[in-house]
Design a protein around this ligand. Structure first.
Ligand code: ATP
Length: 240
């Protein structure tokens, strides 16, 4: 606890800048997220949501500013960051010739996990991937791949769960299962970040919403302030 009795944020991003050559993908984002809460990153295509998530997952280097995850600096402690994070990337990440079960085995081996099998099976069932657990992912639909990516992010019960576009192309059962994963993570005190352009699902899944536009954060609101017709109007106002 800090002096003012507020717990320190688990995700602490200060003046984050990420540049790819001429492109400034993230141009000064500040973001704080806490244990037991779920924060949505909302914004239009190209707003900088995925790049921010990639920095927090330790897979893209920042250009300036700072980002700390569970107390670890992404710049100087990338391995520690990868240990505490469960990351569902917005695209890719799956091996076409491997089955879901083999993906879980690999993820568990990389993290030296033991006794994960029952939890792994349960996650696959919850995401209706039990029947295809031993089928290679090459023929998977977009939604099936998304669901498996969420399962892989959640398998090791990470302290920080980063879900980038987890609802994209996912059917209602997959959406419901993702809500459950987020709720479970919050209940065990994890910090959850969900990047999406789907306002209504963000509001349902999360406690607060940070809106990005043009690589900067333009607002952070309680999720209920972004709900319904009024929330839709408020959101449009932030994007214009
Ligand atoms: N590796 C890269 N090389 C060059 N430009 C990039 C790279 N990654 C992202 N960008 C650019 O940075 C900006 C922000 O991209 P980012 O993917 O973070 O946005 P986003 O909010 O996640 O968008 P979307 O909702 O479409 O996924 C875009 O202009 C994008 O083209």
């Amino acid at each position: 606890m800090r002096d003012n009795q507020q717990p320190a944020p688990v995700v602490d991003v200060r003046s984050l800048h990420v540049r790819f050559g001429e492109v400034e993908a993230v141009a000064g984002v500040d973001l704080q997220a806490h244990a037991g809460e779920a924060t949505a990153l909302l914004g239009r295509n190209g707003a900088g949501k995925s790049t921010t998530m990639r920095v927090l997952a330790g897979v893209v280097p920042l250009t300036a500013g700072s980002a700390r995850v569970a107390g670890h600096d992404v710049r100087t402690e990338p391995l520690r960051v990868k240990q505490v994070v469960g990351y569902c990337p917005d695209v890719g990440g799956l091996v076409p010739r491997a089955t879901p079960w083999e993906h879980l085995q690999l993820a568990a081996r990389l993290r030296r996990m033991t006794g994960w099998e029952e939890h792994g099976r349960d996650l696959l069932e919850r995401f209706e991937l039990g029947d295809v657990a031993h089928r290679v992912t090459a023929g998977f639909s977009h939604g099936m791949s998304r669901r498996l990516s969420v399962v892989l992010a959640a398998l090791h019960l990470p302290q920080v769960l980063l879900l980038d576009e987890p609802f994209d192309g996912v059917d209602p059962i997959g959406v419901e299962a993702t809500f459950e994963v987020i709720a479970d993570a919050r209940a065990r005190g994890a910090c959850v970040l969900v990047s999406t352009h789907l306002r209504e699902l963000a509001v349902e899944a999360c406690t607060s919403v940070s809106v990005l536009r043009g690589g900067s954060r333009v607002a952070t609101l309680a999720a209920e302030e972004m709900a319904g017709e009024e929330g839709a109007r408020a959101y449009r106002g932030l994007l214009d």
